[in-house]
Design a binder for this molecule. Sequence first.
Ligand SMILES: Cc1cc2nc3c(=O)[nH]c(=O)nc-3n(C[C@H](O)[C@H](O)[C@H](O)COP(=O)(O)OP(=O)(O)OC[C@H]3O[C@@H](n4cnc5c(N)ncnc54)[C@H](O)[C@@H]3O)c2cc1C
Length: 442
Amino acid sequence: MKHLHIIGGGPAGLGVAVAAKQRALPFTLYEASNQPGGNARTLSIAECLYDTGAHRFHDKNLETTTFIKGLLGDNLLSVTSPSVIYHNGRFIDFPLHLGSLIRSLSPKELAQIVVSLATSRFRQRSEKTSFKEVTTARYGKALANLFLLNYSEKLWGVPTENLSPEVSGGRLRGLTMRGLLKETFGWEKNLREHLDGSFYYPRMGIGMISERLSEFAGSNCIRLNSRVTRIIKNESKVTGIEVNGSEVIETDQLISTLPLSRILHLLDPKAPEEILATSSLLRFRHLLLVPIVIKRPYLTPNASVYFPDSSIPFTRLYESKNRGQEMAPPDRTCVVLELPCHSDDLAWKSATNQVAELGLDLIRTIFGVQSEEVIAYEVVRVPFAYPVLDLEYATHVEALLAYLSQFNNLHLAGRNGLFQYVHIHDLIGAGKKLIENILSDR
Ligand SMILES: Cc1cc2nc3c(=O)[nH]c(=O)nc-3n(C[C@H](O)[C@H](O)[C@H](O)COP(=O)(O)OP(=O)(O)OC[C@H]3O[C@@H](n4cnc5c(N)ncnc54)[C@H](O)[C@@H]3O)c2cc1C
């Protein structure tokens, strides 16, 4: 086996690197930034740590969990920290719980939920193709409108009738009204285990996983500050990559975790115009973070607070100390607000203090935080946070993958590389599978 070249040092690239190391395959990983971890990094502000978006480690794959436990040892904490939804000045348990709904919603809202649920039962059963249809049929119009549709529209930036049901990322699976009732009245336990407030989290932030993966893979095989600027190809294979606009390196096997539309634009000679046109139809959602450090030991008791109301521009607030206590000193806490954007949104282009002001206003209004309690804040960009799974995405992705499959030594991986709504544990597992496939082809 000749050398493997891996583009991107996020969890996907690191997962491939770890699997290559385990199988003693020589490799080099090229990462554009000065740090591995991609969108699963931990940043710092005023002595506090916070992640590039609210992260947790999902215990969904025994082999990957066992591996990560082995890598992190005591540093992988088992945390219990429930989340809430903020609606009309009240906090409602999330996952939804009937008792909390009854305490928090107005009689009118409750009546609307009951009526719309009852009528949704009598609607004709036809195949539901959009996120809006699936959630409205399952929860009734009122509940879906209150908590799922506005929220999803803010998150993905697309009307929910144009969103694929896959955007729920499997989180609604098993969450049925009947299940909700059974659980509320104690007839059935743990129906919504996957949504529970208990999860694994690394002591000093999600970035610890990326750091440990890169240590395992071997830092001598990871080239930081190395942006791949061109991918050189012939009819049937990729022959080389250009790094930082100058150095050209011959490639045998190339693994790319770059966003699918990006890799197509790096090809030399250029990909056909119709392929480039199709790639421009794929959209990615970016994320602005507003971390705010506050002179209070804690602001909330929650892992996350969700904001479904469309009057609030942010989708979520998370408090890193409620995931790992050591993420902030005892006298202060860091909360992070998430604002999803498209690349042509003014907020993304300017990412200025105006966005921070919106965040400061929000915590002032909801939690009564005074200006003198604010120690520090900033606005941080997280590009390519989510591949937007609209109703057409699968057709576009299929066409692009079919085109790229002619290059027999090119392998794609990653959340944006394969345009899939996947998570860290999936990517680590996929890295292993990819290396096994390359070896079996050999
Ligand atoms: C808000 C938010 C919350 C999340 N919560 C969770 C969670 O709770 N649990 C979970 O498991 N997952 C979570 N995720 C998902 C997880 O962060 C992503 O799945 C993961 O980061 C994707 O990894 P990746 O390697 O595919 O891509 P990325 O992390 O995007 O990494 C890509 C890497 O490629 C590099 N790169 C780009 N261009 C070049 C180039 N030309 N040359 C070289 N390098 C390049 C980038 O610098 C980057 O490091 C969350 C994501 C977000 C945004």
